[in-house]
Ligand binder design. Sequence first.
Ligand SMILES: NC(=O)c1ccc[n+]([C@@H]2O[C@H](COP(=O)([O-])OP(=O)(O)OC[C@H]3O[C@@H](n4cnc5c(N)ncnc54)[C@H](O)[C@@H]3O)[C@@H](O)[C@H]2O)c1
Length: 239
Amino acid sequence: MNLALIGYGKMGKAIEEIALQKGHNIVLKIDITNADEFNQANLSKADVAIEFTGPESAVDNVKKCIEAGVPVVSGSTGWLDKWKEVVQFCNENNGGLLYASNFSIGVNIFFEVNRHLGRLMASRNEYNVSVEEIHHKQKKDAPSGTAITLAEGILENLPAKNKWALGETSQKDELSIISKRIDPAPGTHIITYDSPVDSIEIKHTAHSRTGFASGAVLAAEFMIGKIGVYGMKDVLKIN
Ligand SMILES: NC(=O)c1ccc[n+]([C@@H]2O[C@H](COP(=O)([O-])OP(=O)(O)OC[C@H]3O[C@@H](n4cnc5c(N)ncnc54)[C@H](O)[C@@H]3O)[C@@H](O)[C@H]2O)c1
Protein backbone atom coordinates (compact mmCIF):
# COMPACT_ATOMS: atom_id res chain seq x y z
CA MET A 1 0.00 0.00 0.00
CA ASN A 2 1.19 3.54 -0.76
CA LEU A 3 0.64 5.79 2.25
CA ALA A 4 0.59 9.56 2.77
CA LEU A 5 1.41 10.66 6.33
CA ILE A 6 -0.23 13.96 7.22
CA GLY A 7 1.50 15.01 10.45
CA TYR A 8 5.00 13.73 11.13
CA GLY A 9 5.25 14.11 14.89
CA LYS A 10 5.29 11.42 17.59
CA MET A 11 2.44 9.44 15.99
CA GLY A 12 3.46 10.03 12.35
CA LYS A 13 6.91 8.62 13.11
CA ALA A 14 5.52 5.62 15.06
CA ILE A 15 3.14 4.88 12.14
CA GLU A 16 5.97 5.12 9.60
CA GLU A 17 7.97 2.52 11.55
CA ILE A 18 5.10 0.02 11.65
CA ALA A 19 4.06 0.66 8.02
CA LEU A 20 7.61 0.05 6.75
CA GLN A 21 7.89 -3.12 8.87
CA LYS A 22 4.71 -4.37 7.15
CA GLY A 23 6.15 -3.67 3.68
CA HIS A 24 4.09 -0.55 2.88
CA ASN A 25 5.54 2.51 1.10
CA ILE A 26 5.44 6.07 2.44
CA VAL A 27 4.96 8.23 -0.66
CA LEU A 28 4.28 11.54 1.10
CA LYS A 29 5.15 13.00 4.51
CA ILE A 30 3.56 16.32 5.41
CA ASP A 31 4.40 18.37 8.45
CA ILE A 32 4.03 22.03 9.41
CA THR A 33 7.38 22.72 7.67
CA ASN A 34 6.40 21.50 4.15
CA ALA A 35 2.67 22.29 4.01
CA ASP A 36 3.17 23.53 0.40
CA GLU A 37 3.70 19.88 -0.68
CA PHE A 38 0.25 18.93 0.67
CA ASN A 39 -1.49 19.15 -2.72
CA GLN A 40 -3.68 17.03 -4.99
CA ALA A 41 -0.83 15.93 -7.27
CA ASN A 42 1.23 14.56 -4.38
CA LEU A 43 -1.77 13.08 -2.56
CA SER A 44 -2.90 11.19 -5.66
CA LYS A 45 0.21 8.95 -5.37
CA ALA A 46 -1.24 7.49 -2.16
CA ASP A 47 -3.84 4.72 -1.71
CA VAL A 48 -4.69 6.03 1.77
CA ALA A 49 -3.71 9.05 3.90
CA ILE A 50 -3.16 8.81 7.67
CA GLU A 51 -3.73 12.12 9.47
CA PHE A 52 -2.33 12.72 12.98
CA THR A 53 -1.76 16.48 13.42
CA GLY A 54 -3.94 18.07 16.10
CA PRO A 55 -7.28 19.73 16.86
CA GLU A 56 -6.60 22.98 14.95
CA SER A 57 -5.64 21.44 11.61
CA ALA A 58 -7.49 18.10 11.49
CA VAL A 59 -10.69 19.26 9.79
CA ASP A 60 -8.92 21.07 6.91
CA ASN A 61 -6.51 18.18 6.44
CA VAL A 62 -9.27 15.56 6.33
CA LYS A 63 -11.29 17.64 3.83
CA LYS A 64 -8.21 18.10 1.61
CA CYS A 65 -7.65 14.32 1.42
CA ILE A 66 -11.33 13.72 0.64
CA GLU A 67 -11.24 16.40 -2.10
CA ALA A 68 -8.23 14.65 -3.61
CA GLY A 69 -10.18 11.36 -3.68
CA VAL A 70 -7.87 9.65 -1.18
CA PRO A 71 -9.50 7.72 1.72
CA VAL A 72 -8.29 9.19 5.00
CA VAL A 73 -7.68 7.67 8.43
CA SER A 74 -7.75 10.42 11.07
CA GLY A 75 -6.50 10.04 14.63
CA SER A 76 -6.29 13.72 15.56
CA THR A 77 -8.46 14.36 18.60
CA GLY A 78 -10.27 17.46 19.86
CA TRP A 79 -12.22 18.37 16.68
CA LEU A 80 -15.47 16.42 17.13
CA ASP A 81 -17.55 19.62 17.44
CA LYS A 82 -17.15 19.62 13.60
CA TRP A 83 -17.96 15.88 13.22
CA LYS A 84 -21.35 16.31 11.50
CA GLU A 85 -19.97 18.89 9.06
CA VAL A 86 -17.07 16.59 8.11
CA VAL A 87 -19.33 13.53 7.68
CA GLN A 88 -21.61 15.57 5.41
CA PHE A 89 -18.60 16.79 3.42
CA CYS A 90 -17.33 13.23 3.09
CA ASN A 91 -20.69 11.88 1.90
CA GLU A 92 -21.30 14.78 -0.53
CA ASN A 93 -17.87 14.23 -2.09
CA ASN A 94 -18.04 10.40 -2.19
CA GLY A 95 -15.05 10.29 0.13
CA GLY A 96 -13.74 7.67 2.53
CA LEU A 97 -13.12 8.54 6.20
CA LEU A 98 -12.21 6.46 9.21
CA TYR A 99 -11.94 8.27 12.55
CA ALA A 100 -11.09 6.72 15.91
CA SER A 101 -10.47 8.52 19.16
CA ASN A 102 -8.12 5.63 19.91
CA PHE A 103 -6.67 3.11 17.46
CA SER A 104 -5.36 0.60 20.00
CA ILE A 105 -7.05 -2.80 19.78
CA GLY A 106 -7.01 -3.06 23.59
CA VAL A 107 -8.84 0.24 24.01
CA ASN A 108 -11.49 -0.74 21.48
CA ILE A 109 -12.14 -3.91 23.51
CA PHE A 110 -12.08 -1.72 26.66
CA PHE A 111 -14.81 0.48 25.07
CA GLU A 112 -17.05 -2.61 24.86
CA VAL A 113 -16.26 -3.70 28.45
CA ASN A 114 -17.13 -0.16 29.57
CA ARG A 115 -20.50 -0.26 27.74
CA HIS A 116 -21.30 -3.66 29.21
CA LEU A 117 -20.45 -2.50 32.74
CA GLY A 118 -22.62 0.58 32.14
CA ARG A 119 -25.57 -1.68 31.26
CA LEU A 120 -25.02 -3.74 34.44
CA MET A 121 -24.86 -0.57 36.57
CA ALA A 122 -27.88 1.14 34.94
CA SER A 123 -30.13 0.84 38.01
CA ARG A 124 -27.45 0.73 40.74
CA ASN A 125 -27.97 4.23 42.04
CA GLU A 126 -25.81 3.64 45.13
CA TYR A 127 -22.71 3.86 42.88
CA ASN A 128 -21.29 7.12 41.56
CA VAL A 129 -19.32 6.77 38.33
CA SER A 130 -16.36 8.86 37.18
CA VAL A 131 -13.78 8.79 34.37
CA GLU A 132 -10.11 9.62 34.84
CA GLU A 133 -7.54 10.04 32.06
CA ILE A 134 -3.78 10.57 32.36
CA HIS A 135 -1.63 11.77 29.43
CA HIS A 136 1.76 13.40 28.80
CA LYS A 137 2.00 17.19 29.27
CA GLN A 138 2.23 18.00 25.52
CA LYS A 139 -1.31 16.82 24.89
CA LYS A 140 -3.31 19.81 23.65
CA ASP A 141 -6.92 18.73 24.28
CA ALA A 142 -8.66 17.79 27.53
CA PRO A 143 -10.50 15.58 28.15
CA SER A 144 -8.91 13.07 25.78
CA GLY A 145 -10.94 11.83 22.81
CA THR A 146 -10.79 8.37 24.36
CA ALA A 147 -12.24 9.66 27.65
CA ILE A 148 -15.11 11.27 25.70
CA THR A 149 -15.84 7.97 23.90
CA LEU A 150 -15.80 6.18 27.29
CA ALA A 151 -18.11 8.83 28.79
CA GLU A 152 -20.53 8.45 25.86
CA GLY A 153 -20.54 4.66 26.41
CA ILE A 154 -21.56 5.27 30.04
CA LEU A 155 -24.12 8.02 29.29
CA GLU A 156 -25.96 5.84 26.76
CA ASN A 157 -26.56 3.26 29.52
CA LEU A 158 -26.94 5.18 32.80
CA PRO A 159 -30.28 7.03 33.09
CA ALA A 160 -28.99 8.96 36.14
CA LYS A 161 -26.34 10.79 34.05
CA ASN A 162 -27.21 13.20 31.23
CA LYS A 163 -23.88 14.75 30.18
CA TRP A 164 -20.19 14.74 30.94
CA ALA A 165 -18.29 17.59 32.60
CA LEU A 166 -14.56 18.27 32.70
CA GLY A 167 -13.34 18.22 36.33
CA GLU A 168 -15.12 17.48 39.59
CA THR A 169 -18.82 18.24 39.44
CA SER A 170 -21.45 18.54 42.16
CA GLN A 171 -24.33 18.16 39.67
CA LYS A 172 -25.79 14.68 40.20
CA ASP A 173 -26.74 14.27 36.52
CA GLU A 174 -23.22 15.08 35.29
CA LEU A 175 -20.49 12.51 34.70
CA SER A 176 -17.16 13.86 35.89
CA ILE A 177 -14.05 13.41 33.69
CA ILE A 178 -10.80 14.13 35.53
CA SER A 179 -7.87 14.94 33.20
CA LYS A 180 -4.32 14.69 34.54
CA ARG A 181 -1.18 15.65 32.61
CA ILE A 182 1.86 13.69 33.81
CA ASP A 183 4.93 12.78 31.70
CA PRO A 184 5.60 10.41 30.01
CA ALA A 185 2.15 8.69 30.10
CA PRO A 186 1.09 7.69 26.52
CA GLY A 187 -2.49 7.22 27.81
CA THR A 188 -4.25 5.76 30.86
CA HIS A 189 -8.04 5.60 31.31
CA ILE A 190 -9.83 4.52 34.48
CA ILE A 191 -13.58 4.10 35.07
CA THR A 192 -14.60 3.95 38.73
CA TYR A 193 -17.99 3.09 40.19
CA ASP A 194 -17.80 4.06 43.86
CA SER A 195 -20.30 3.23 46.63
CA PRO A 196 -20.12 3.57 50.43
CA VAL A 197 -19.31 -0.15 50.71
CA ASP A 198 -17.04 -0.88 47.72
CA SER A 199 -15.62 0.27 44.40
CA ILE A 200 -15.45 -1.27 40.94
CA GLU A 201 -12.62 -0.04 38.73
CA ILE A 202 -11.69 -0.87 35.13
CA LYS A 203 -8.46 0.50 33.69
CA HIS A 204 -6.59 0.56 30.38
CA THR A 205 -2.91 1.57 30.30
CA ALA A 206 -1.04 2.14 27.03
CA HIS A 207 2.62 1.22 27.49
CA SER A 208 3.78 3.01 24.32
CA ARG A 209 2.46 4.56 21.07
CA THR A 210 3.00 1.30 19.16
CA GLY A 211 -0.54 0.06 19.83
CA PHE A 212 -2.06 3.26 18.35
CA ALA A 213 0.30 3.12 15.35
CA SER A 214 -0.40 -0.57 14.59
CA GLY A 215 -4.15 0.07 14.77
CA ALA A 216 -3.85 3.09 12.45
CA VAL A 217 -1.96 1.01 9.85
CA LEU A 218 -4.57 -1.76 10.16
CA ALA A 219 -7.27 0.87 9.60
CA ALA A 220 -5.44 2.19 6.51
CA GLU A 221 -5.24 -1.35 5.06
CA PHE A 222 -9.02 -1.62 5.63
CA MET A 223 -9.68 1.75 3.92
CA ILE A 224 -8.05 0.98 0.54
CA GLY A 225 -10.69 1.78 -2.09
CA LYS A 226 -13.42 2.48 0.53
CA ILE A 227 -16.13 5.13 0.28
CA GLY A 228 -18.16 6.11 3.37
CA VAL A 229 -17.55 6.73 7.05
CA TYR A 230 -16.09 3.99 9.25
CA GLY A 231 -14.72 3.36 12.74
CA MET A 232 -12.48 0.83 14.45
CA LYS A 233 -15.53 -1.36 15.12
CA ASP A 234 -15.65 -2.00 11.35
CA VAL A 235 -11.94 -2.81 11.19
CA LEU A 236 -12.03 -5.12 14.21
CA LYS A 237 -15.51 -6.52 13.42
CA ILE A 238 -16.77 -5.68 16.94
CA ASN A 239 -20.58 -5.46 17.17
N1 LIG B 1 -6.51 8.32 17.94
C1 LIG B 1 -5.43 7.85 18.57
O1 LIG B 1 -5.28 6.61 18.77
C2 LIG B 1 -4.37 8.81 19.02
C3 LIG B 1 -3.21 8.37 19.67
C4 LIG B 1 -2.22 9.30 19.98
C5 LIG B 1 -2.40 10.64 19.66
N2 LIG B 1 -3.55 11.04 19.05
C6 LIG B 1 -3.78 12.42 18.61
O2 LIG B 1 -3.05 12.62 17.40
C7 LIG B 1 -2.65 13.99 17.28
C8 LIG B 1 -1.13 14.07 17.05
O3 LIG B 1 -0.48 13.49 18.18
P1 LIG B 1 1.14 13.45 18.25
O4 LIG B 1 1.42 12.87 19.58
O5 LIG B 1 1.72 12.84 17.03
O6 LIG B 1 1.44 15.03 18.26
P2 LIG B 1 2.79 15.76 17.81
O7 LIG B 1 2.67 17.16 18.31
O8 LIG B 1 3.99 14.96 18.20
O9 LIG B 1 2.70 15.76 16.21
C9 LIG B 1 1.80 16.52 15.46
C10 LIG B 1 2.51 16.91 14.16
O10 LIG B 1 1.58 17.53 13.29
C11 LIG B 1 2.23 18.61 12.66
N3 LIG B 1 1.24 19.59 12.21
C12 LIG B 1 0.57 20.51 12.95
N4 LIG B 1 -0.25 21.23 12.17
C13 LIG B 1 -0.11 20.74 10.91
C14 LIG B 1 -0.69 21.08 9.67
N5 LIG B 1 -1.56 22.07 9.55
N6 LIG B 1 -0.32 20.36 8.58
C15 LIG B 1 0.58 19.37 8.67
N7 LIG B 1 1.18 19.02 9.84
C16 LIG B 1 0.84 19.70 10.94
C17 LIG B 1 3.18 19.18 13.70
O11 LIG B 1 4.26 19.86 13.08
C18 LIG B 1 3.64 17.92 14.44
O12 LIG B 1 4.84 17.40 13.91
C19 LIG B 1 -3.16 14.66 18.56
O13 LIG B 1 -4.41 15.24 18.29
C20 LIG B 1 -3.30 13.50 19.54
O14 LIG B 1 -4.27 13.75 20.55
C21 LIG B 1 -4.53 10.14 18.72
